[in-house]
Design a protein around this ligand. Structure first.
Ligand SMILES: N[C@@H](CCC(=O)N[C@@H](CS)C(=O)NCC(=O)O)C(=O)O
Length: 194
């Protein structure tokens, strides 16, 4: 199994989820500015989309898109596969929300010029964190144990901390607890972030 990532990006979520699930992926670090695989290699030849993450499951079977990768990991982790169609829909609902409604505006806010646009996007993200804060009633996003969606939320909260964005107190407690998980610490270490 191969996993293509760039440190600290949304690809950190899949990295964490793979380790939580007990997979031992071969890691390939990608420079997303030059679209090269470090130390050398054409990332576009691997993934014409040019962005990370990409999971090569085996035999040339490649999966892109954070939502699809995280859903694949959950479905292929003993004890984590959805037990009903509705349970799976709920997971995808949460992943899609985090990906489209938090990750995407965050990405725009990192690159868009103009203080006004950035302030507007940050206000939007802050509102979404308030909605999410109300969901963490069982300790994690979808209940009482960490799932793939928690890996993505952790990365979004890490980004919030990086830009000094205020988030509800229970999300700070949640983020700090996630950061103590062995898989999270290992992924951060492997990406050179601690
Ligand atoms: N829709 C994709 C977006 C992934 C994405 O935006 N990746 C960023 C890092 S967080 C990236 O590689 N950006 C470089 C680029 O877009 O060229 C997903 O959710 O996986």
């Amino acid at each position: 199994m191969k996993y293509y990532y760039s440190p600290g990006t949304c690809a950190l979520a899949g990295h964490i989820a793979l380790l939580e699930a007990g997979f031992e992926p071969d890691l390939f670090k990608v420079d997303i500015m030059t679209r090269t695989i470090e130390p050398e290699g054409d990332y576009l030849a691997v993934n014409p989309k040019g962005y990370v993450p990409l999971l090569e499951i085996g035999e040339g079977v490649k999966l892109t898109e954070t939502v699809a990768i995280l859903d694949w990991i959950a479905e292929n982790t003993p004890g984590h596969a959805a037990r009903s169609a509705m349970e799976r829909h709920r997971r995808i609902e949460m992943l899609a929300f985090l990906s489209s409604e938090v990750q995407r505006p965050f990405a725009y806010s990192f690159f868009l010029p103009g203080d006004e646009a950035v302030a507007m996007l940050r206000g939007m993200i802050e509102g979404r964190f308030v909605l999410i804060a109300d969901q963490i009633t069982g300790g994690y996003l979808l209940g009482q144990r960490a799932g793939v969606e928690d890996a993505l939320l952790y990365v979004m909260l890490r980004w919030a901390r990086m830009v000094g964005m205020p988030v509800p107190k229970n999300l700070i407690v949640y983020r700090d607890a996630m950061e103590e998980r062995p898989a999270v610490r290992r992924a951060l270490g492997e990406e050179g972030l601690i």
